[in-house]
Design a binder for this molecule. Structure first.
Ligand code: NAD
Ligand code: UD1
Length: 345
């Protein structure tokens, strides 16, 4: 291993990858990114350079294109060669996946296959895979442990479940593969610099970006989807995790792969559930203004409560989330209020 191993991040300009990029650099890794900007902006790159104080090595292109991936391995040669890949690139909107299932299967599974094939061509077998708590479907027991039953209720979730299975199959046939499957709970917040954060296109599907746009005055109120769930205040409960904690989880996973040379599957969550109302109130405190609410019917496909048992990540990776709900809201608000137009601000 070189002093500063080079890690390839696919989907590198996206929300979670851009924060992971900085965490990896801070931990002493060299980073090479690849992205086709299907759901991100090239404007993230100068900001990464500004915050990280290092050059941003980057290849623009689609990970389903083998030539693009070969180019990544070539560009990385003078950087010491790619030591491992973190595969973030995917489409992630649940509703859209129901409308365009084949696009999701093609992009998410085709992308994963192309990445594994390129890794094999270049003799690299350490992979971190972005999975999701969505693979648990409607949980039978809370908090959710990694051995809970797996089921997917929409094409997006199916791409994560099938992706996990594909990687398990690969590892079972060929012992050179070591895969860290990370099941993220609900990533929120932004880098404390306020220079990078989540920049959804159109109407946000997820709670915190929606609340952020209400707080900044872009939208009149938050629609609270259901207040008759079997939860303490009747609204949905989720395990929100600061994106910087999540980013550090990837650093820990890579260190595990390098040191242990074995695969693992872990939840990355805090273990603490918060309701929609609790999150809206915390955001109101961070923004110094109340978030207006309107109660609306339940959203199809939503579960009442979903939060992780994060013990396995702590036991295996020595990692645990350290930032709380107020940090998540304060950092999100700093990003939202100073960049009301996202990366085009
Ligand atoms: P994101 O959309 O911000 O980032 C994904 C990036 O991948 C984007 O920059 C997009 O342009 C790129 N991309 C997509 N398809 C590509 C392709 N074929 N070639 C090259 N680039 C491509 O999403 P995110 O929230 O940062 O999510 C990152 C990963 O984490 C995804 O795999 C997602 O499914 C997973 N995940 C996200 C969440 C969440 O709530 N944000 C939760 C669980 C899992
Ligand atoms: C979403 C994804 C899921 C993914 C998970 C992790 C959907 C349908 N599901 O689910 O696949 O694994 O993120 O990131 O997108 N809410 C409102 N008003 C809003 C938006 C949300 O009340 O405008 C509520 C929801 O009903 C839910 C909670 O807020 O109770 C969180 O919603 P969201 O941020 O979309 O996350 P998940 O539902 O966990």
């Amino acid at each position: 291993m070189t002093a500063s191993p080079c890690i390839l991040l696919t989907g590198a300009a996206g929300y979670i990858a851009s924060h992971t990029w900085l965490a990896l650099q801070e931990a002493g890794f060299t980073v090479l990114g690849v992205d086709n900007f299907v759901n991100s902006s090239p404007n993230v790159l100068p900001r990464l350079r500004e915050i990280g104080g290092q050059p941003t090595h980057f290849v623009e292109g689609d990970v389903r294109d083998p030539a693009v991936l070969d180019r990544c391995f070539e560009v990385a040669r003078p950087l010491g060669g790619i030591r491992a890949v973190v595969h973030f690139a995917a489409l992630k909107a649940v509703g859209e996946s129901v409308e365009r299932p084949l696009d999701y299967f093609e992009n998410n599974l085709g992308g994963l296959l192309a990445v594994c094939q390129a890794m094999q061509r270049h003799g690299v077998f350490d992979l971190v895979f972005s999975s999701s708590a969505t693979v648990y479907g409607e949980p039978e027991r809370l908090p959710i442990t990694e051995d809970a039953p797996l089921r997917a209720t929409n094409p997006y979730g199916q791409t994560k479940l099938l992706g996990e299975e594909l990687l398990r199959g690969l590892g079972a046939c060929d012992a050179r593969w070591h895969v860290a499957t990370l099941r993220y709970f609900n990533p929120v917040g932004a880098h404390p610099s306020g220079r990078i954060g989540e920049d959804p296109r159109g109407v946000p599907n997820n709670l915190m970006p929606y609340v952020a746009q209400v707080a900044v005055g872009k939208r009149p109120h938050l629609n609270v989807f259901g207040n008759d769930y079997d939860t303490p205040d009747g609204t949905g409960v989720r395990d929100y995790i600061h994106v910087c904690d999540l980013a550090e989880g990837h650093v820990a996973a890579l260190r595990y792969l390098f040191a242990q040379q074995r695969s693992l599957t872990v939840n990355l969550g805090t273990g603490q559930g918060y309701s929609v109302l609790q999150l809206a109130q915390a955001y109101g405190r961070a923004a110094g203004r109340e978030v207006p609410l309107v109660f609306a019917p339940r959203r199809a496909g939503d579960v009442a409560a979903c939060y992780a048992d994060p013990a396995q990540a702590h036991a295996l990776l020595g990692w645990r989330a350290t930032r709380g709900l107020d940090d998540m809201c304060v950092d999100s608000w700093r990003w939202q209020s100073t960049n009301p137009g996202g990366f085009d601000s």
